[in-house]
Design a binder for this molecule. Structure first.
Ligand SMILES: Nc1ncnc2c1ncn2[C@@H]1O[C@H](COP(=O)(O)OP(=O)(O)OP(=O)(O)O)[C@@H](O)[C@H]1O
Length: 279
């Protein structure tokens, strides 16, 4: 059974025109789907609709089945249970997920305590393990730090550790590396790639940069003005984009990263592992 099945999803503001229109896609365990589009194309509204977090005044129609739950019709209580357990989201800005006044270790401990019932020494050990798993060196120092005392890349690693703490079946990553500089971005992408593979999770990766999205996903859906304009394997879209808009995205990615040769090499042979740099 598919983990996430989206059928004819549309999102409207106050009954006005559709901001997202007729989207359909599926993500199964171990699948990696990219959702790509320029600013304002409807990526964030789609993500919010999938997890039942659209703001008041926005309405979604169609159907979203996430781990067996019909999200658009679900009660708040069922949605609360779903988030964290079946699906976790990593957003662009890690500070949105972190409390600025709380030490990092206490924040990572929160979901581990709630979802896994851990306490005392076992909980401290699990916090250490969660921080080590996202390749943070000196986990003791990081755990004692406040979010503003660590770097942007370290904060995003902490946000990923919190998202993974409840062992979700599906990870949604909404432009998780957009705020990071190129080297750190490549490290965080490689980390996500490894974690998703190791845990056999489904991944929905949202972004505006085709080189980045293609580096961690196998299929890509291109969104423009809230509609799908094209979809296919990442390699197909990079080599032979059919829609003019996709061609623009490929051209933009080439300009940004100089060359897509690294990705082409990956697709040709080294088992789909993410290259250490997006270009
Ligand atoms: N609460 C809202 N009320 C009305 N319109 C909205 C609301 N939120 C988003 N929109 C509009 O819906 C469209 C899609 O927005 P969305 O935030 O999903 O785009 P996006 O692709 O995620 O862009 P970005 O990459 O800049 O985050 C935009 O035209 C936006 O102005």
């Amino acid at each position: 059974m598919s983990l996430l099945t989206v059928d004819d999803l549309s999102v409207r503001a106050d009954g006005g025109r559709a901001l997202v229109s007729g989207l359909s896609f599926r993500v199964g365990r171990g699948d990696r789907l990219g959702l790509i589009g320029e600013s304002g194309s409807g990526k964030s509204l789609t993500v919010l609709a999938l997890i039942g977090l659209l703001s008041p005044g926005m309405t979604a129609s169609g159907s979203v089945l996430l781990d067996g739950l019909a999200v658009l019709e679900a009660s708040q209580r069922r949605l609360d249970r779903l988030r964290g357990r079946s699906v976790a989201v990593v957003f662009q800005e890690p500070l949105a997920a972190l409390d600025p006044l709380m030490r990092v270790g206490a924040q990572v401990a929160g979901p581990l305590r709630r979802h896994r019932g851990l306490r005392g020494r076992a909980l401290r050990g699990a916090v250490h393990d969660a921080l080590a798993e996202v390749r943070l060196a000196d986990t003791t120092r990081v755990a004692r730090s406040y979010p503003y005392e660590i770097s942007g890349g370290q904060r995003q690693r902490v946000a990923i550790a919190m998202a993974l703490a409840c062992e979700p079946a599906l990870l949604i990553a909404d432009e998780p590396t957009a705020q990071l500089d190129t080297t750190v971005q490549a490290e965080v992408l490689a980390l996500l790639d490894d974690l998703v593979r190791a845990r056999g999770m489904g991944l929905l990766f949202v972004g505006h940069d085709l080189a980045v999205v293609a580096a961690v996903t196998s299929r890509v859906l291109v969104l423009k003005d809230g509609r799908e304009v094209e979809s296919g394997t990442a390699a197909e879209l990079l080599r032979a984009p059919a829609h003019p808009y996709t061609r623009d995205l490929v051209a933009a990615a080439r300009r940004l990263h100089g060359t897509l040769a690294g990705l082409a090499r990956r697709d040709a042979g080294d088992g789909g592992r993410v290259s250490r740099g997006p270009g």
